[in-house]
Design a binder for this molecule. Structure first.
Ligand SMILES: NC(=O)c1ccc[n+]([C@@H]2O[C@H](COP(=O)([O-])OP(=O)(O)OC[C@H]3O[C@@H](n4cnc5c(N)ncnc54)[C@H](OP(=O)(O)O)[C@@H]3O)[C@@H](O)[C@H]2O)c1
Length: 224
């Protein structure tokens, strides 16, 4: 697949590029094509000859991709959706975007009036693109460390079965992450809000690179 990582010069974008860069064609997008190329070349050095990562400006990256991942902070969601509207043409759009704030003591989920970042993205994008919400609770620094075996689950919300399947496939390609269907895009707020929850738990309990995994009590009982 040809995957554009919009704002892919940042933390989560670099994580996706490192994890998918040996199997797919990755285009790092940035407001600055030069910054994107520098970032792509740094990641290529880490991945070696098997890597396939290029850099370009965000609009060119989106235009040529099958899948677009919105790797920007919530504050810039409008810019990479409605602001680059003409670049979209029926791609699958994956949103890991979490609208949240820190009040100096703890993190809070702060959804827009649409209900969630994913629903807002869909409202700002042209008809025809399929929006899937995923990867909100996956730690970027763990993703970037290609040798790290992650134990977390990836919760995926969407309304299109094929788009969900492709996202499940991409999540499942990352060493030991388990993709789980979480419902339609209408419930994306529930998944997005897990990120500030997770960050609060991690801070209070000093857990580094925290993630979330759903356990089956039945399985645990059998093991014991
Ligand atoms: N970090 C995590 O562990 C993590 C985990 C799960 C989900 N997420 C979600 O993933 C998204 C990205 O997080 P991140 O930590 O990777 O963000 P980040 O590193 O802070 O920023 C990502 C990129 O956003 C672009 N950007 C900055 N200002 C911009 C502007 N004014 N307009 C357009 N683009 C701008 C920058 O790219 P250029 O300067 O190259 O344009 C930057 O490299 C967020 O919505 C976050 O909630 C993050």
């Amino acid at each position: 697949m040809k995957i554009a990582l919009v704002g892919g010069t940042g933390d989560i974008g670099m994580g996706f590029a490192m994890r998918w860069g040996q199997k797919h064609e990755i285009i790092i997008g940035s407001r600055s094509a030069e910054k994107a190329r520098e970032s792509a070349s740094a990641m290529m050095q880490l991945l070696g000859a098997a890597g396939n990562i290029q850099g370009s400006d965000n609009a060119s990256a989106i235009c040529s991709a099958d899948v677009v991942v919105l790797c920007v902070p919530y504050e810039h969601l409008a810019y990479v959706t409605s602001g680059l509207r003409d670049a979209y043409n029926n791609q699958l759009i994956i949103s890991p975007v979490v609208p949240m704030a820190y009040n100096g003591k703890f993190f809070l989920y702060q959804p827009p009036s649409e209900g969630s970042a994913a629903l807002q993205a869909r409202s700002l994008l042209p008809q025809g693109v399929k929006v899937v919400s995923a990867f909100h609770t996956i730690c970027a620094s763990a993703l970037q460390d290609i040798d790290r075996v992650m134990k977390a689950d990836v919760f995926i919300c969407g309304d299109d079965a094929q788009a969900i399947d492709i996202t499940m496939q991409l999540a499942g390609e990352i060493k030991s992450l388990r993709p789980l269907k979480a419902g339609p895009l209408a419930v994306s707020s529930m998944v997005e809000s897990l990120t500030p929850f997770l960050l609060n738990v991690a801070r209070k309990n000093k857990i580094k690179d925290a993630g979330i995994a759903v356990v089956s009590e039945r399985l645990i009982k059998n093991i014991n």
